[in-house]
Design a protein around this ligand. Sequence first.
Ligand code: IPE
Ligand code: IPE
Ligand code: MG
Length: 243
Amino acid sequence: MTREQLDGITLPKHIGIIMDGNGRWATKRGLERSEGHKAGAEVFRKICDYAADIGIECMTFYAFSTENWRRPPKEVAAIMKIFRSFLKEAKDREKENEARGLQFHLIGERQGLPADIVKNIDTLEKDSADKKVMQVNLAINYGGRDEIVHSVRKIAEKVKKGELNPADISEDTVSSFLFTAGQPDPDLIIRPSGEYRLSNFMIWQSAYSEFWFDDILWPDFTTDDLDRAILDYCSRHRRFGGV
Ligand code: IPE
Ligand code: IPE
Ligand code: MG
């Protein structure tokens, strides 16, 4: 995006991306699906850096859903390996990420993920907690329904302890116990790969999100595609139920 283009628009504060199409990208090339996930991880890095550079405040990357455990164990293991190498690389690139002001945050259930991955994500979160330029949500073992259940449990605990009156439960109460507590709802949700669904991504937070779908497969996604999605978003008229 050029300086001029950027000056003329109000950027979405929060963009969610459903990084889909890795498997098909690999199959089309006669490669193992895991090669598609590797290529997708590279694109994630590029898009993440670019989003921070143009001034997006928050990005959420959907990397692994609560339903993706249904995949063959070999594929799941390959994806976990990619998370491990990303976490190792994040450590190696700490200075660069710091300079960019990236603050990492896991949104998803820690329970169920391999312990070493959780430990390294915890470290990444802690080490980047004071960075302010862009929040990067890594949606791993994430499911929107699971997240709402998680919130409802916390609310029920408060009610049980007598700390909360059921009549005082509001939309803000529910939001405050989601993994995204305190963050703006996604203004724009991008899904490549030609699928027109959310697949359990941010189902609470997306109530008034704008959607951008495209046939491009995630490993082919470039910064120009992100620009296209953002410029398209900027041309829309959001009404939030008003006129
Ligand atoms: C998205 O790509 C990555 C994950 C869900 C982990 P896919 O692996 O779903 O790719 P397709 O949809 O099969 O092409
Ligand atoms: C959604 O993609 C999850 C991620 C991109 C991480 P899927 O490929 O799992 O979604 P479905 O199964 O096509 O709905
Ligand atoms: Mg898919």
